[in-house]
Design a protein around this ligand. Structure first.
Ligand code: FAD
Length: 305
């Protein structure tokens, strides 16, 4: 199927204003990195997603899910096939002590919603700049809390395009990982089980965590958060700091002077700058301390031709 035919078929499946061709991904991602997607679609219903998955299966066209791009680096050559972004599916509602959030909602907004409803449990997520879908995928966590602690179940669209309920225990949630990628599930909605709390107490915790984050993290620049996982027995940031790498830059990418575990997009970095700097940090830490830094952040897409 040629590009024009794929475009015409997508217009039958998703509203015209929600289908873009050769869309620059860096404009949609927190990192402000990444080349073009052949097709960038923002479905507005679960049925639209199901139909796109079935179409891509039938025609053998790859598709890729993007959240807010706060834990993902997309290469400068972009992504072939269909990129699906669920930002239009962002409703959050309350049902007793549970909160139901569509996967394109920001996890920060789910946390604020819980506060408004005097529900406790999502305070840890108040500064994580990802979507609900991305947070489940990564089992996002901070300051002693993680998605695993509060997720009851999720609705996903499986690789055949079926709508399926997955209990939290089905998702193999572990430190910054789940089986969502392996199963090729698309998370579309999550139900969080919370506890009744007191507004002022919940707000005090969130204010404290926000203060800690703002004082330690370089939030004034685009970045992908902590680049590396915590190596057993060490802290990635400390190893990088002790290797005198803070302030080191390649092109527009720089190891943050404020938080050694972050690499910031300081000045219109390309993904290639970013990746070269990540590799430089890994090599230097290995030479100095013999420790392998494993990336937390995913790198996907094509090298530029
Ligand atoms: P993306 O980066 O867009 O995608 C990540 C992965 O999830 C991709 O593989 C994508 O395909 C997949 N995905 C996205 N949506 C779906 C979906 N609906 N269904 C299936 N797969 C999907 N992380 C923490 O855990 N704790 C922190 O404290 C934290 N602090 C951060 C601070 C900063 C300043 C930044 C930039 C990042 C931080 N992160 C943190 C990392 C990041 O915000 C989280 O991992 C977040 O959960 C990623 O969500 P996203 O929507 O941005 O996902």
């Amino acid at each position: 199927m040629d590009k024009q035919m794929i475009y015409e078929k997508l217009l039958e499946l998703v509203k015209k204003e929600n289908v873009k061709v050769d869309e620059m991904l860096k404009n949609h991602l927190y990192t402000k990195l990444g080349g073009k997607a052949d097709f960038f679609i923002t479905p507005t219903t679960f049925e639209e997603i199901q139909n796109v998955v079935k179409f891509s299966n039938d025609e053998n066209i790859p598709f890729t899910l993007l959240g807010n791009g706060s834990n993902l680096i997309i290469k400068d050559g972009g992504i072939r096939g269909i990129v699906i972004n669920l930002k239009e599916l962002n409703n959050i509602s309350t049902d007793g002590n549970t909160i139901v959030a569509q996967s394109g909602a920001r996890i920060i907004d789910a946390s604020r919603h819980a506060l408004k409803e005097n529900l406790s449990g999502l305070e840890f997520a108040c500064g994580i700049p990802g979507t609900v879908g991305g947070a489940l995928y990564m089992n996002a966590g901070a300051y002693g809390g993680e998605i695993k602690d509060v997720l009851d179940y999720a609705f996903v669209i499986d690789k055949e395009g079926n709508l399926v309920k997955r209990l939290a225990s089905d998702l193999d949630l572990d430190y910054r990982t789940s089986n969502i990628d392996k199963n090729k599930d698309i998370v579309i909605e999550a139900t969080f089980s919370l506890k009744p709390g007191n507004y002022e107490d919940i707000k005090a915790v969130m204010d404290d965590l926000t203060y800690k984050r703002e004082s330690k993290q370089p939030l004034e620049y685009p970045s992908c958060g902590s680049v590396f996982k915590r190596p057993p027995g060490y802290f990635a940031g400390k190893l990088i700091q002790d290797s005198n790498l803070q302030g080191t830059s390649i092109g527009g990418a720089e190891v943050s002077k404020k938080h050694a575990g972050f690499i910031i997009n300081k000045d219109n970095a390309t993904t290639s700058d970013y990746i070269r700097l990540i590799e430089h940090v890994q090599r230097t830490v290995k030479q100095n301390f013999g420790v392998d830094l494993e990336r937390e952040v995913r790198i996907i897409g094509e090298d530029p031709s």
